[in-house]
Design a protein around this ligand. Structure first.
Ligand code: PMP
Length: 359
């Protein structure tokens, strides 16, 4: 066997088990498919593609469509294969070996994972018990580590918490490095940092087509930021990294904004219904601005509840063994029927197991 890079030996990889169940609420996908009219438009354009040619290297049409959607210029947009590849390209460009990357834990695990893969040192700030970030902790992390890149995920995964604007403002004041606001779930929340973007500020915002656009199967994400930043990413990413089919799929999706808004409205309403129903049970619920909810049962262990749900063919994300998330589970908002099946199963497991644990 050939040994891997010394600094990769301890790395574990990112796991999200894919089990065959009736109700799958574990990966924050949309439960609803994109509109049929989008499929038809996609099929029509795909039939005209010159497949023997490389794709548009700059993905001009797609960038322009994303830029128009957000009211920015196309040279403020960079797209890649899922926002994970966007994050990787950002870290290859602004972090890499010998530089440090700051996160506030618990948060999206791929930030630290990708940072390690590109050879950076990860500095983990700690959130408070309610998962908010204390400005004093932010100051400690930024002043001690002087990170080249700092991540703020809003809404945060897996907690669902939305960062207040002042937190991003404070971070920009404190830090001399790049601030990446990961807004994979922002359209489910009540605000976005988009209006804080400025050519003179090192703030960039990442987004994805995987959630609100119901297109996790396409693998498409993007970042909006100052033009000097976008120009550097374009130098680092592989040539022709975005295939023709994906460019078309993304560009056409942006013609169906009203349908996307309708889906988001339904999921937000269901999130509120589900959160309220869980709060009626012996369960602590973290307020969420995303398409998922983090919760912690009080009368059984998180692991026992997860297994009880799986036994009833309902799969949620088991965060109970993750650092700082003892007994926590995360449920993705599904269709009304799926959410009902989930709530019934939770009540059932608690009734069955809680009796044995109640003092
Ligand atoms: N950021 C956050 C906070 C996420 O939760 C996810 C998906 N789980 C991503 C980025 C990556 O999304 P994708 O690569 O599908 O665009």
């Amino acid at each position: 066997m050939i040994p891997v890079r010394d600094d990769l030996r301890a790395l574990e990889g990112y796991h999200s088990p894919q089990v065959d169940v009736r109700v799958r609420l574990n990966t924050n996908e949309s439960p609803l498919a994109p509109p049929t009219a989008w499929r038809d438009a996609l099929a029509a354009e795909m039939s005209r593609v010159e497949w023997h040619r490389y794709p548009d290297r700059q993905a001009i049409g797609l960038r322009q469509a994303i830029a128009d959607f957000h009211g920015v210029s196309a040279d403020m947009v960079f797209a890649a294969n899922g926002s994970n590849e966007v994050l990787q390209t950002i870290l290859l460009t602004y972090a890499g070996a010998g530089r440090s990357v700051a996160t506030f834990e618990p948060t999206y695990q791929m930030h630290a994972q990708i940072a390690r893969v590109v050879g950076s040192t990860v500095v983990a700030g700690e959130r408070d018990a309610d998962f908010s970030i204390d400005p004093a902790e932010m100051q400690r992390v930024v002043e001690s580590a002087r990170p080249h890149v700092t991540f703020l995920t809003s809404p945060n995964n897996p907690t669902g918490l939305v960062e207040p604007a002042e937190r991003i403002e404070q971070l920009l004041q404190l830090s001399s490095g790049l601030v990446v606001a990961d807004e994979a779930y922002a359209q489910f929340a009540n605000w976005s940092a988009l209006s804080m973007l400025d050519e003179q500020r090192p703030l960039v915002i990442t987004r994805t087509f995987s959630k609100t656009w119901s297109m996790a199967g396409v693998r498409l994400g993007y970042v909006i930021g100052p033009t000097w930043f976008i120009g550097e990413l374009d130098k680092v990413v592989l040539p022709y990294h975005l295939d023709t089919a994906k460019q078309i799929a993304g560009r056409l999706a942006l013609r169906f904004v009203d349908e996307m808004d309708d889906r988001v409205r339904l999921i937000v309403a269901e999130r509120e219904r589900l959160s309220a129903a869980l709060s009626e049970m012996p369960i602590d619920v973290t307020p969420s601005g995303a398409n998922f909810v983090l919760f912690r049962p009080r009368v059984v262990s998180g692991r026992a509840l997860w297994q009880g749900l799986l036994d009833r063919s309902v799969l949620v994300r088991d965060c109970s063994g993750w650092p700082r998330l003892a007994d926590c589970l995360r449920v993705t908002i599904g269709t009304p029927d799926e959410n009902e099946a989930f709530l019934t199963a939770v009540a059932d497991v608690l009734a069955e197991q809680g009796d044995h644990h109640e003092p």
